[in-house]
Design a protein around this ligand. Structure first.
Ligand code: B12
Ligand code: SF4
Length: 586
């Protein structure tokens, strides 16, 4: 049996980090762990291949090779998933779909032969059995939760790790809380299910043995869902492992804010190599926290909890939401103040949305306020229900938040604020690789010369270099992130029609017309107010060609790096870029 795994493309969103990935010459942030796990559950004798559309395009030849195309993904990838299904149908390839996107809303997808929903540990084996007997059903689903102690090590051999910024490891599934808007409990349950210490070490070993020496993200819904087991078994083993291997990975995860109440756990996490934690803070307004039953955040001094985590050595990334029924008109200013004071540099502020089957979804349906299916992206200026606050007021406030916290001045202020509070992990070696130096060089040109934040960039550059040298890599990373966030939000503002017309992106039609172009040409373009358009063309011959154009001025091309042997550039690509830049400028 020949199985082709296909992972749909992400749109350009906050978490896609697309504009930041160019700097480090990576194509995607994280690998498709769900598909790699499913691959490990298939019989050994089945042949498997994987195409991640965030890395390279899918060809009809690959589709024709497969007996079955196994498609996964999350809601935000729905558009790309639909296009893949249509292509499979076009060439007669059979489609098997699973993962959170389809588990949440499979009824919306036509052209799929078999849906294997929920967790594959439970629903895949009966499909395989039925297939062997020649009688596979259309739908496999379950109301049970999988025993993750049986989950195999992901099949890392199916991907080329060097295209990704981070590798992933899942220790637990589920979260003990039940926030009204969150579909984690719908998809993965309220009782955290955890892997054994042996499994965690086996997964760390698998990454280590494949030569990975960079960031590893523990993709748990709430890493501290079962603290007892973490403290007694898991963290001591990770600490021992990381010390024996001389700190090969920096770790990150997601956890609830009450991690700050447990200094012992916090200390152990830092010793184990955790450097960053994503925390759902949601709102500085107590009434809104009560409304959504954000239990770990209720009645606490949010700022001081964040500081506790930062002082312990963790970089806190925060998720925030506006649009709660209890949000007062002052929420926008309060949130801006909170984010600025907290020094949370990576602050994802989204509009409240109701994912399907959540408690919020059910309540709004009852109140007849539901409008449509959630797009899966809560930063695209859309809401799928009627909010209590006037929509225009809410959108204006939301624009104000984004316009403020990602403006170069406020963003860099926050970076300084964070670097002054943060106490980075001591002990682990600081690894500087060529790719980091390369990213630094690119940032010096693009952020330090071309982009409008150049003054802030240099201030941060010299301050961190001379006053906080250990922080220097983090400072440059934040400068690059800031560039990405600004791009994403400015693009969303345009796409939402809130700031005028979207500049036409005619290269897209070209990219669709030719898979080669889609694979090898990626164009990121700035908006007129940035005064600069930048095109990063990635091709197999040249590592990076950056075409920088200033509206109404001459374009200039920076060929940044030649891969040996340096072959010819396709001149029409450059000509095309110049032509596009002119049309954008006019
Ligand atoms: C890591 C992660 C990310 C990473 C990227 C991960 C990546 N490349 O895969 C980042 C941080 C980028 C991310 C971003 C976002 N994420 Co996210 N993310 C996760 C997280 C925490 C872990 C994913 C993972 O690796 N799981 C481990 C694997 C083993 O689990 P799994 O994928 O569910 O796979 C199992 C089954 O689903 C099934 N399965 C999966 N695929 C397939 C395919 C087939 C054919 C079959 C048969 C079975 C099958 O079998 C597997 C084994 O049981 C999940 C939560 C979770 N617990 O999974 C959320 C989750 C996937 N994210 C979610 C969301 C909403 C987002 C964002 C939109 C958040 C935001 N507001 O911006 C963004 C959008 C991304 C973007 N780029 O635009 C939602 C998706 C909900 C939905 N119904 O689709 C989830 C489920 C969290 C939630 N709130 O419920 N995310
Ligand atoms: S704490 Fe986080 S993961 Fe848990 S239910 Fe609330 S929002 Fe979801």
């Amino acid at each position: 049996m020949r199985i082709l795994f296909v992972y749909p493309e992400y749109p350009d969103t906050f978490w896609s980090f697309k504009h930041a990935l160019h700097f480090i010459s990576k194509k995607s942030g994280q690998p498709p762990l769900g598909l790699l796990t499913v691959a490990a559950l298939l019989p050994d004798e089945w042949e498997t291949r994987l195409v991640d559309l965030n890395i390279k395009p899918l060809t009809d030849r690959q589709l024709r090779w497969a007996d079955y195309v196994f498609l996964g993904g999350m809601s935000v990838q729905a558009e790309s998933a639909r296009a893949i299904i249509a292509r499979c149908n076009g060439v007669g390839a059979k489609v098997v779909a699973g993962g959170p996107l389809f588990t949440a809303r499979h009824e919306e997808f036509e052209g799929v032969d078999h849906f294997i929903l929920n967790e594959a540990e439970i629903t895949l084996p009966p499909f395989i059995e039925d297939l062997k007997r020649g009688q596979p059903k259309r739908l496999y689903t379950t109301s049970r939760w999988a025993d993750v102690t049986t989950t195999p090590v992901p099949r890392w051999g199916l991907i080329n790790q060097r295209h990704y910024a981070t590798m992933n490891l899942q220790y637990s599934r589920g979260c003990p809380y039940d926030c009204e808007f969150c579909d984690i409990t719908v998809l993965y349950g309220r009782v955290p299910r955890t892997k054994s210490g042996d499994q965690v070490i086996a997964e760390l070993d698998a990454l280590y043995d494949r030569g990975w020496r960079d960031h590893v993200f523990f993709v748990d819904d709430n890493f501290i869902g079962n603290r007892g087991k973490l403290k007694k078994e898991i963290l001591p083993r990770i600490i021992r492992w990381t010390e024996e291997k001389h700190h090969p990975f920096s770790l990150g995860t997601e956890a609830s804010l009450n991690l700050s109440d447990d200094p012992e756990l916090l200390g152990m996490m830092v010793r184990a190599g955790f450097e960053q934690v994503f925390v759902g803070i949601e709102s500085p307004n107590e009434e809104s926290l009560k409304e959504c039953r954000k239990i770990p955040n209720k009645g606490r001094n949010l700022l001081s909890s964040v500081r506790t985590l930062q002082k312990a050595g963790l970089q806190v990334q925060g998720g925030f939401i506006v649009g709660f029924d209890n949000d007062p008109p002052s929420i926008f200013d309060t949130l801006i103040r909170f984010i600025q004071e907290s020094g949370i540099v990576v602050a994802m502020v989204g509009l409240l949305n109701a994912p399907i089957n959540t408690r919020l979804y059910r309540r709004l349906k009852q109140e007849e306020r539901l409008l449509k299916t959630f797009t899966g992206n809560n930063t695209d200026f859309s809401m799928n229900f009627i909010p209590k606050m006037k929509v225009e007021e809410l959108l204006q406030g939301y624009r104000k938040i984004l316009g403020t916290i990602y403006s170069p001045r406020e963003y860099y202020r926050r970076v300084f604020q964070f670097l002054r509070t943060h106490d980075p992990r001591k002990g682990g070696p600081v690894r500087i690789r060529f790719v980091h130096l390369w990213a630094l060089a690119k940032s010096m040109v693009l952020l330090g010369v071309v982009a409008r934040e150049r003054l802030y960039y240099w201030k941060l550059f010299f301050w961190s270099l001379f006053r906080r040298p250990r922080h220097f890599p983090t400072a440059i990373t934040f400068a690059i992130y800031g560039f990405h966030f600004r791009r994403v939000f400015e693009d969303s503002l345009y796409a939402a029609g809130t700031k005028g017309n979207t500049a036409s992106i005619s290269w897209r039609s070209l990219a669709i017309a030719s898979p080669w172009v889609a694979n090898h040409l990626s164009v990121s373009f700035g908006l007129p107010e940035l005064l600069v358009h930048e095109y990063v063309i990635t091709c197999p011959i040249l590592s990076d060609i950056t075409v920088i154009t200033i509206p109404r001025c001459v374009a200039f091309v920076v060929v940044t790096f030649f891969k040996p042997p340096p072959l010819k550039v396709h001149p029409w690509l450059l000509l095309y870029s110049l032509q596009t830049s002119q049309s954008v400028a006019s």
